[in-house]
Write a protein that binds this ligand. Sequence first.
Ligand SMILES: [Zn+2]
Length: 60
Amino acid sequence: MSSTANRGEGGGESTGAYWCHGCRERVPAGDVAGDDVPNCRSCGATMPFERSPGATGYAC
Ligand SMILES: [Zn+2]
């Protein structure tokens, strides 16, 4: 089972998301209230905000 609190799909909001580059974990901006920077639930690091998620991700 993959029940990881992944609600909010189908919103169509692509304003951006918070990313953990270490784990490639993604938290949509709509999921975060206010200016709270979320922490990666895998490694606990702060997740920097990035616009235009997906698409052309790999730079290295
Ligand atoms: Zn992480």
